[in-house]
Each structure stands twice: as structure tokens, then as C-alpha cells.
Design a protein around this ligand. Structure first.
Ligand code: NAP
Length: 279
């Protein structure tokens, strides 16, 4: 039976460690604060924002919430970011995505000061990751590295296949695995012979966005499988991009959905907030 990689347990451990660090910083008179901006009231975004606020509260990070109406203009949002960039009492700025259609997300992300870019989406943060310089790293891929390391899964020298090349998951994931000295292949929708490529992987990281797409035919015996996908199935239950029942018997370790990669994203966001004091 494959080892279950427990993201809930690892994220709880990281949050405890961060809580201690934040308490020590408070004793030194240093408070950490995160500005969280939501535009409109998309229900899924509200859930994410609330979870982030709760995590801040638990760890001892001050969250400053801005709930802006759907009609907020791009100029208004840019001017709010300028204001937050200039405030010494704000360490991190997070703009919840997606934004309403009349606002250009790239323009907004690019306006956040790179030293407050706790989501790690700013081109400067991505560029720094690419050339091996310090900077914020996108939370989900950073969470996957933490999951692998804390489960003592060796990365160096391993064949790693990342399926997906999005800016928030696939690309930073591939760069992080490269930084950890894996041999990395990135697959995407135009990749030919996906099954054959996946079968080479000692570590297969799946971020396709298609429920239960990866079945046992894609798996090398004994591989480690990381499932980034989150979907609701026909019974309204959560499932991933990996068909867990089919894949699990063939791998050495696997992340479940829910309870695998999902909980790590917020833990790493909190980690970035704590790091923001150093940036
Ligand atoms: P995305 O932007 O839709 O990217 C999907 C990627 O998969 C694209 O690069 C696409 O290739 C590739 N792809 C699609 N069909 C394919 C196929 N048949 N064969 C090979 N590659 C294929 O998705 P994302 O934002 O990266 O997210 C991926 C999944 O992770 C989603 O289920 C999302 O909900 C989940 N997610 C979870 C977390 C978390 O905290 N756990 C965080 C973020 C995302 P092209 O580039 O060629 O189109």
C-alpha cells in the first residue's frame, strides 16, 4: 500500500512553527500584517479569503481586510495598492483572484511591490525564482516542496514530470524541482505520448485541472504521485486530477484529495507573510 502524504498534518505542523516565530517577533516589538483585498463577492473567493483571515488570526498575523464593491475601477484598485505599498505597517499584500472582468489582473499583480508580493505572482518574484535569487515563491508549488521534504522523499537526481504549465502551479513547480536538483520534464496539452513520458517519472506532479484524468497506465511502479487538482465529482465530493483508486496501488507515496496539497497552500502563504518581514 502506498504511503499517504498527509498535507493536513504537515500544514498544521508548519502553522505551529509559524505561530511560535510570530510570538517571538511580537516580544521583540515586531508585528506582521497582511492586507487582503477582495473585489466583488464571488462566493468561492469569499471562502478562500475567510480561510486566509482565519489562518492569520491563528498564527498571530494581523489581517487587514478590504472588501471592495464589484464596480471598483482598475484605477481605484491601483491607487489602493500604491497606498499599501507605501505603508510601513503593511508587510504583505494579497489581491484575491479572479478579479471582475473589467480589471486587468496582470496590471494589478505587477503593481504590488515585489517585497510585499506574498502570493509570489509578480514577474520579479518569478524571475528571481528562475535565476536562483531570493524572492517570494508561489504558495502551492512551495507547499509541494515542503510536503516532499517533510515526508523525507528524496528529490535530487530523480526524474520528475510536471503535468501543467500554468503561471501559478506548473511553471513555478518545475523551477522549484529544478532548484532541488531533479531532472524535470514539463508536459502540457500539446505533449505527445503523455503516458510514456509520465511512466518515466519517479515523482509525478499533476496539475491538469481535469478530474481523475491520470490512471494507472501513466504510473511507473513505485512512483511518488502529487495531485494538485481540486474538483467536485458527480456526488459533490472532492476529487483530484488523479484517479486515486486506480493509481494508489502502484505508487510508493501519494497525496489524497482532500487533505493533500490543498491545506499546504495557506500554510505557505502564512510562511511568506512571516518571511515578508525579512524581505
Ligand atoms: P490551468 O491554468 O487550467 O492549467 C492546466 C494545465 O494543464 C495547462 O498547462 C494545460 O496545458 C495542461 N493540460 C490540460 N489538459 C491537458 C492534457 N490533456 N494533457 C496534458 N496537459 C494538459 O490550471 P492550474 O491553475 O494550474 O490548476 C490545475 C489544477 O490544480 C486545477 O484543478 C486547480 O483547481 C488546482 N489547484 C489547486 C490548488 C491547491 O491549493 N490545491 C491551487 C491551484 C490550483 P496548456 O498550457 O497547453 O493549455
Amino acid at each position: 500500500m502506498a504511503k499517504l502524504i498527509d498535507g493536513k498534518a504537515v500544514s498544521a505542523q508548519i502553522k505551529e512553527e509559524l505561530k511560535e516565530t510570530v510570538a517571538k517577533k511580537k516580544q521583540q516589538g515586531i508585528t506582521i500584517s497582511l492586507a487582503v483585498i477582495q473585489v466583488g463577492n464571488d462566493p468561492a473567493s469569499s471562502v478562500y479569503v475567510n480561510n486566509k483571515k482565519k489562518a492569520c488570526e491563528y498564527i498571530g498575523i494581523q489581517s487587514i481586510a478590504y472588501e471592495l464593491p464589484e464596480e471598483t475601477t482598475q484605477e481605484e484598485l491601483l491607487s489602493m495598492i500604491d497606498d499599501l505599498n507605501g505603508r510601513d505597517d503593511v508587510n504583505g499584500i494579497l489581491v484575491q483572484l479572479p478579479l471582475p472582468g473589467h480589471i486587468d489582473e496582470d496590471k494589478i499583480i505587477n503593481r504590488i511591490s515585489p517585497d510585499k508580493d506574498v502570493d509570489g505572482f509578480h514577474p520579479q518574484s518569478v524571475g528571481a525564482l528562475c535565476i536562483g535569487q531570493p524572492g517570494f515563491v508561489s504558495c502551492t508549488p512551495a507547499g509541494i516542496i515542503a510536503l516532499l521534504k517533510r515526508n523525507h522523499i528524496e528529490i535530487e537526481g530523480k526524474e520528475c514530470v510536471v503535468i501543467g504549465r500554468s503561471n501559478i502551479v506548473g511553471k513555478p513547480m518545475a523551477l522549484l524541482m529544478l532548484r532541488e536538483n531533479a531532472t524535470v520534464t514539463v508536459a502540457h496539452s500539446r505533449t505527445k505520448d503523455l503516458k510514456e513520458i509520465c511512466k518515466r517519472a519517479d515523482i509525478l506532479i499533476v496539475a491538469i485541472g481535469k478530474p481523475k484524468f491520470i490512471t494507472e497506465e501513466y504510473i511507473k511502479e513505485g512512483a511518488v504521485v502529487i495531485d494538485v487538482g481540486i474538483h467536485r465529482n458527480e456526488n459533490n465530493k472532492l476529487c483530484g486530477d488523479v484517479d486515486f483508486a486506480s493509481v494508489e496501488p502502484h505508487c510508493s507515496a501519494i497525496t489524497p484529495v482532500p487533505g493533500g496539497v490543498g491545506p499546504m497552500t495557506i500554510a505557505m502563504l502564512m510562511n511568506n507573510c512571516v518571511e515578508s518581514v525579512k524581505q
